[in-house]
Write a protein that binds this ligand. Structure first.
Ligand SMILES: *Cc1c(COP(=O)(O)O)cnc(C)c1O
Length: 363
């Protein structure tokens, strides 16, 4: 019988030979004695990268290609496009991706259309002529969930690529390759690493041609994983299912309490029936995740004050780590269009009552 997700996270990507170390070793090598399968790590990889790719691939029953960061993985996918391609992409997405697509458009590499995540009808109209459908779902930071199945049904049967940035849900929260997308990317800096101590990115796909093209891109462009980072990311994956499940339980509880709090104007969490894409979320996600966005009464000043008053929850960017963090997103360059008082809370694995005491006190 096929192993379950939690088991694969622990068991995959380990050396098999008698006498081998249990964990894929940390190998900081650039070159190897010639005559074997590996000569130079940028071309051929290392046992450390292979361990990370094996376990992340096992989580999605796919081929995984590891990169130096989430952005390196995303850039490698965008670089698959021929000059003059057309991209359809979401209005709410990671600011780095927005910068990269805008820059490519300015350079004349492609044209693009940006659509609201929730407007499935507009996506279905637009994707028929797209060379790349770029999804980010749930989106960051408004946590809108795209109707990936509907959009896929309207997309080109061949010739076009459908890609998703699955960083926010992670493979525990959404299995995009099962939904039918060609390629999923994630920043392993977030949930998979889980300890705010590395940068890493992984692309997963079941198309062997695409996996080979992405490996070749990594070889030629050189955005290779660091040895220590790949080792730490692999170690992070071992506990990822446990961490993510615990954090999501706490997030669901905190989202409800925040929604009832007199100083909170609005909570955006896909697990709450009040979220505009709650229905789509229940049909696509296997976990509503550990990120909550909420608007505090009083706008930017009050939101900044809340960040200053919190003691346990750290004032820091990013998400998916063991420690809870919070950030006012409109203060981030490129995100000025967001509601000024919107805070993005990444729930960690501390005790939920300690997190609530901190939040309630600061509010
Ligand atoms: C963090 C993040 C990225 C970029 O990943 P890095 O590892 O920082 O390069 C891309 N997409 C989303 C949704 C992210 O949260």
């Amino acid at each position: 019988m096929e192993q379950r997700f939690e088991t694969r996270a622990v068991a995959a990507g380990r050396p098999e030979e008698v006498g081998a170390p249990l964990n894929a070793p940390l190998v900081p090598a650039s070159n190897f004695v010639l005559g074997g399968e590996t000569a130079y790590s940028r071309d051929d990889g290392t046992p450390t990268w292979a361990g990370l790719e094996a376990v992340v691939g096992a989580l999605e029953d796919a081929d995984a290609v590891a990169f130096a960061s989430g952005m390196a993985a995303i850039a490698a996918v965008l670089d698959q496009l021929a000059v003059g391609s057309r991209i359809v992409w979401p209005d709410d997405c990671y600011q780095g991706v927005a910068g990269l697509i805008a820059e490519g458009e300015q350079l004349g590499r492609w044209t693009s259309v940006r659509l609201p995540v929730e407007d499935t009808a507009a996506w279905c109209d637009a994707v028929g002529s797209a060379d790349l459908v770029w999804l980010e779902s749930p989106s960051n930071p408004l946590l809108s969930v795209a109707d990936v199945r509907e959009i896929l049904a309207a997309s080109r049967p061949d010739g076009g690529l459908v890609a998703i940035d699955n960083t926010l849900a992670g493979p525990l929260g959404q299995q995009p390759l099962d939904l039918g997308v060609d390629v999923a990317v994630q920043s392993a800096t977030k949930h998979l690493g889980g300890h705010s101590d590395l940068l890493s990115g992984v692309v997963t796909t079941r198309r062997t041609d695409l996996a080979a093209d992405l490996r070749r891109h990594r070889e030629l462009h050189g955005a290779t994983p660091g040895a220590l980072e790949a080792y730490l990311a692999t170690r992070g994956v071992r506990t990822y299912p446990l961490r993510a499940a615990a954090a999501a339980r706490s997030a669901a509880e905190l989202a409800q309490r925040l929604a009832a709090h007199p100083r909170v104007e609005r909570v955006r969490y896909p697990g709450l029936p009040s979220h505009p894409t709650h229905d789509v979320a229940t049909r696509h996600l296997t976990s509503f995740g550990s990120v909550i966005s909420f608007d505090v009464e009083g706008g930017a000043d009050h939101a900044d004050e809340v960040c200053r008053r919190l003691r346990l929850i750290r004032h820091a960017t990013s998400f998916g780590a063991v420690e809870s963090t919070i950030e006012r997103r409109a203060a981030v360059p490129g995100q000025e269009h967001l509601p000024p008082g919107l805070l993005r809370l990444s729930v960690g694995i501390e005790h939920v009552e300690d997190l609530w005491t901190d939040l309630d006190g600061a509010l």
